[in-house]
Design a binder for this molecule. Sequence first.
Ligand code: GAP
Length: 580
Amino acid sequence: MDMYEQVIELAKRRGFLWNSFELYGGTAGFYDYGPLGSTLKRRIENIWRQLYVIEEGFMEIETPTIGIEEVFVASGHVGGFSDPLCECTECGEAYRADHLISGIIETADALSNEEVDKIILEHNITCPECGGKLGNATEFNLMFQTKIGPGSGRNGYLRPETAQGMFVNFQRLAKFYREKLPFGTTQIGKSYRNEISPRQGVIRLREFTQAEAEIFIDPSEKTHPEIARFENDVLTLYSQDAQKTGKPESMTIREAIDNNIIAHEFLAYQIALANNFLQRIGISPDKLRFRQHLKDEMAHYAIDCWDAEIWMERFGWVETVGIADRTDYDLMAHAKMSQEELAIYKEYDHPRMIRKFVVKPDMAKLGPLFRKKAKAVADELQKLDEESLSQEEISVIVEGEEYKIPSELITFEEVEEKVSGETVVPHVVEPSYGIDRIFYALMEHAFNTEKVASDDAEEEERTVLKLKSEVAPIQVAVLPLMGKTELSTPAKEIVRKLANRGILASYDESGTIGRRYRRNDEIGTPYAVTIDYDTLKDNTVTIRDRDTMKQVRTSIDTLENTLFELIHEKIRFEDAGVPL
Ligand code: GAP
């Protein structure tokens, strides 16, 4: 079994994750989270909330997972959110055309369908399933379409990203944040993509969870007030230039900004925050890098994008988070579609005096030339910018009709004007997390097998999921040495006391203590509390640390606090009691 198979076998057997609809044979691209998986996933999401909602102040919103057609026409998804599809002309099997040639050309996803067809033909690539002839590559839109309401209904789509729900709420959000940039909003929820033929298990799903933040910034102010927090953090960056040499580089965030490797501080801050989050939940730093998109792989809405890529044994470097500079693309697109202004009025700290040229139409001459329309023509002239006015032939549109104005009828005057603010269309920096991929990566990075002494003094192998205690689904296992009432009663009391402190503890009295430790090691429970006959005498219990298997003896009276502090890494295990 390779690493992926070992992790998924454990995940299925112990209640983390399995294929959906198993009862009916299942279908690719859908996974269910079981009791432990749902808890682990929720803990990941809650740490994300801690960082983005509580610490950054990007309040969370919740919008429908179905969107109306206008939203996705404006966003560009109806027109362009597609992958190249290639079907076997004999068995009908469907393939991502770019995946079929990815072994031949590295940037396969940047090729046109015609180029893909040419490579398939030249290399004589046939159907991997039956060896049959492959048809031409065609574009396949990845959105799930639906009808809203009965009859012919209104076209709707399951959202392919949570982001659009935040963009279309821009006006309300701007009011909520009193029109002060920067501000941000977040959403965690399901997104849907009708992936062509997902063959990568939990890595490529048709329904998956995204955690996204849309951070609206002033395009003229790209320095981040809090960048000092992360300035000295060292990250592995794989910039466009570094990709030419094939060598990712380690550097501090400050070096990356100063050397123009990351374009601006807002983007750099978000890359650093993603690095901080991923390591906090337990992604190994040596299996994490940030890769900049090449120009030809950038999404239609982005001018710059860095992916947090995580190393996974079977899949290699996998994109788990995309951190994009979306500019004003989305707000402009929705403003055009909705005919609403999606902008904020930015008031200056102090009014500014600006000098500008204004048009002075000569009404004595415009009047006879344009008669009843003269006033409207003059008004339109005054709206023209300097560039339009410097053309040889000046024209304006009045009630749909074009009027040409000879330049000798226009004179200019330079005036000084007091301006107290301006209208700004914010730019957007967006960190977009795929929680399911991160979930799998965490399990893989935590997965360990090691030799240990067994109860009967023989060596045995233990499987241990070395999850960070903050994300482990079950946080404490409470184990009476034996199932007798005198031990089980205080053990159950401990479970109750831990629950009241918000700690999820399990109670287990069956099997040898060694077996019970192994069962808990395998699901990542960081601490086990053992109640024995000494407990009845001196009111103390043993706490065992999952990773080192070391034990300390500590008082029951302070047990909830001790465990809480251990779980949240406020104290070291050695300081949790008297070592045994
Ligand atoms: N709003 C921007 C956006 O959606 P994306 O790069 O298409 O950007 C963001 O997606 C993240 O969502 C990815 O980095 C990945 O972790 C996750 N994701 C995308 N497609 C996925 C799929 N089919 N299955 C699982 N996760 C997926």
